[in-house]
Design a binder for this molecule. Structure first.
Ligand SMILES: C=C(O[C@@H]1C=C(C(=O)O)C=C[C@H]1O)C(=O)O
Length: 356
């Protein structure tokens, strides 16, 4: 008997659920229409006075069993959801989003296709310190058939007393070595007014983590026809990272490589915390290639190989890492760069892992 009664009651609840659902959606359409009218008149969508009046009237009519606080709470949720519904129509689809463009963007640099099937590798010293130091790394890369060479000439350093890079002199060295070994040069540019001139020297403009929200720099990089390697800011959310890329694309340059380089957390065992799941998230949310900088994220030589394997396994389009002929005397990042022998064994193990 009680069992039957319970079934009956549940049936009634089910019916009421459907009625509430239909009424909620009917209400949603009305709220959306009000949203359109408000937008046309340029008035604020959120109207707390109207909300207060509605809540007061509802409470006056409330005969229980729910108490007034609960009714207020439930209806406030409905108002909030209606407001969100009004705003969804207004969200422009980002140009960098998969929703806007389904196929992968493939960035082509000197015959290398980044974001296509094959993973790609960008190696080189943290900073260009001299012609000889830079050339030694480039030579080793050439021997491996590698094409993408990184090297910092303009170095945004935390301390003004640390090595600031060789500047234009460094870019000249990179250009010369790039020509000698037919390598593509990836180097950071820090000032919007340098972008134009840098086109003569680099094949990929890097925008570093500290400049991810330098909006003038992003806009300038968006105005040129040159691939951009955009690093995630040290404390940037994935959404902020995507919006930084949007700045570049919105100015006309779609050739962007996103680079996850670790984020700042409380963990001190690594230099930064490699946010490995940002890779599949960015691949899903955007159509841009995503690479992982294993050097800056981990800050530890012993983690370069496992972090690289993890990055490729989770879907990264490439790996970036730092190599120096004599890391102990390097002017920047001495503790985390690989020497040439370590580089040989790192790369050998990485590609044999890829082959298997
Ligand atoms: C729908 C409106 O816009 C918003 C949503 C409300 C609602 O869901 O009832 C109420 C006030 C506004 O914050 C409106 O102004 O009527």
């Amino acid at each position: 008997m009680t069992k039957e009664r319970m079934e009956q009651l549940r049936e009634q609840i089910d019916e009421i659920n459907f009625k509430i659902l239909d009424l909620m959606n009917e209400r949603g359409y009305l709220a959306k229409e009000i949203g359109v009218l408000k937008k046309a008149q340029g008035i604020n969508r959120y109207d707390p006075v109207r909300e207060r009046k509605m809540l007061d009237r509802l409470i006056q009519h409330n005969d229980g069993p729910f108490d007034n606080g609960t009714i207020e709470h439930i209806f406030k949720e409905i108002f909030k959801a209606s407001l969100e519904l009004q705003e969804i129509d207004d969200h422009k689809t980002l140009l960098v989003s998969r929703e806007n463009k389904n196929e992968n963007t493939v960035v082509r640099v000197k015959g290398v296709r980044i974001g296509d099937e094959q993973p790609q590798f960008i190696f080189g010293p943290c900073s260009v310190e001299s012609y000889e130091q830079t050339r030694a790394v480039a030579k080793r890369m050439k021997e491996k058939g590698l094409k993408l060479f990184r090297g910092g000439a303009f170095k945004p350093r935390t301390s003004p007393y640390d090595f600031q890079g060789l500047g234009w002199e460094g870019l000249k060295i990179l250009k010369e070595i790039g020509e000698e070994f037919n390598l593509a040069i990836v180097s950071e540019i820090v000032h919007p007014s340098h972008i134009e001139k840098a086109l003569e020297y680099v094949d990929v403009i890097q925008i570093g983590a500290r400049n991810m929200q330098n909006f003038e720099l992003l806009k300038e990089a968006g105005r040129v026809k040159k691939p951009v390697l955009l690093k995630r800011g040290m404390s940037a959310t994935i959404e902020e990272f995507m919006l930084a890329a949007e700045y570049i694309v919105s100015k006309g340059n779609e050739e962007i490589i996103l680079c996850e380089r670790g984020i700042r957390t409380y963990e001190r065992a690594t230099r930064n915390t490699l946010d490995i799941t940002s890779v599949p998230i960015l691949k899903k949310e955007t159509h841009l290639p995503v690479i992982v900088d294993v050097t800056h994220s981990t800050g530890r030589r012993d983690l370069l190989l496992p972090a690289s394997k993890a990055a490729l396994a989770i879907g990264a389009d490439g790996i970036m890492a730092e190599v120096h002929p004599d890391p102990a005397v390097a002017l920047s990042d001495a503790r985390q760069q690989m020497d040439l022998d370590q580089f040989d064994s790192f790369f050998e193990q990485l590609i044999s892992n890829e082959r298997n």
